[in-house]
Design a protein around this ligand. Structure first.
Ligand code: IPE
Ligand code: IPE
Ligand code: MG
Length: 247
């Protein structure tokens, strides 16, 4: 499906929706602070923003949506905040499982889930298993995700194969390495969006983003909706992707 933004009304060329969009869902805490609310209130509204964006992504025909929900570094936060985020995730996953037939979104998880509570791990596994049947947008939910941890884990698993005599170091290709990452089988993101005004990637998809287009916006994640996604897609449509070649 093609998008037509307001700014584009005069133009005839419709916008092309990229295959894979990744989003760093940042700015929940600041959103809450601005309103004199606890940080957890921001995470709650941020979860709603995610729900809206996932449904919108499906409606515009996006194939893959990868969202950064909790990083390997986010454990540094207060126990109170981490617990609140984990509780929210549990509630959220339970609702997802309940409404699965209505939403028809396929879910995948990137990250080391073994550090999560047994309940959360079970819910993530059930979400993934039961949603396999849907062929709308695939949402990759990054939970306890860190790109360095992902790369290290891939390197360790290949090294273990070599040590066991099942592979030789020179056999490893870029494609083969990609297949050892949590994102195995998912095409690299075309567009990576970071709301909240920060201009950094905070350990997100370092390998996969080699040729991704970046889009930064000051909008805080809880305020990010379909209009902001349209704007990001519009900006993407004005980029010239050359992949090292010449156009
Ligand atoms: C993103 O919002 C959510 C997580 C990292 C879990 P933040 O909580 O980082 O919000 P800010 O950056 O403090 O505003
Ligand atoms: C990145 O946001 C991680 C998530 C949104 C899940 P952070 O708020 O953790 O990133 P920094 O600390 O500003 O780099
Ligand atoms: Mg942040």
């Amino acid at each position: 499906m093609k998008l037509f933004s307001k700014k584009h009304k005069k133009q005839t060329a419709p916008m092309v929706v990229p295959t894979h969009i990744a989003i760093i869902m940042d700015g929940n805490g600041r959103w809450a602070k601005k309103r004199g609310l606890p940080r957890t209130a921001g995470h709650k509204v941020g979860a709603e923003a995610f729900r809206t964006i996932a449904n919108y992504a499906k409606s515009i025909g996006l194939k893959y949506l990868t969202v950064y929900a909790f990083s390997t570094e986010n454990w540094k936060r207060s126990e109170e905040e981490v617990n609140a985020i984990m509780d929210l995730l549990e509630t959220y996953l339970r609702e997802l499982i309940r409404d699965m037939d209505k939403n028809r979104v396929r879910f995948c998880f990137f990250g080391d889930l073994t550090r999560l509570s047994p309940e959360l791990q079970a819910e993530a596994a059930e979400t993934m298993e039961r949603s396999k049947q849907y062929d709308g947008v695939q949402v990759n939910f990054c939970l306890n995700y860190g790109s360095r941890a992902e790369i290290l884990r891939a390197a360790q698993s290949f090294a273990a194969k070599c040590a066991a005599g099942e592979a030789k170091p020179e056999d490893l290709t870029e494609e083969g390495f990609s297949d050892l990452l949590w994102s195995a089988g998912v095409p690299d993101p075309d567009l990576i969006i970071r709301p909240s005004g920060e201009i950094r990637i905070s350990n997100f998809l370092l390998w996969q983003s080699a040729y991704s287009e970046y889009y930064f916006t000051d909008t805080l994640w809880p305020d990010f909706g379909p209009r902001q996604l349209d704007e990001a897609i519009e900006a993407y449509n004005h980029r010239s992707r050359r992949f090292g070649g010449v156009k």
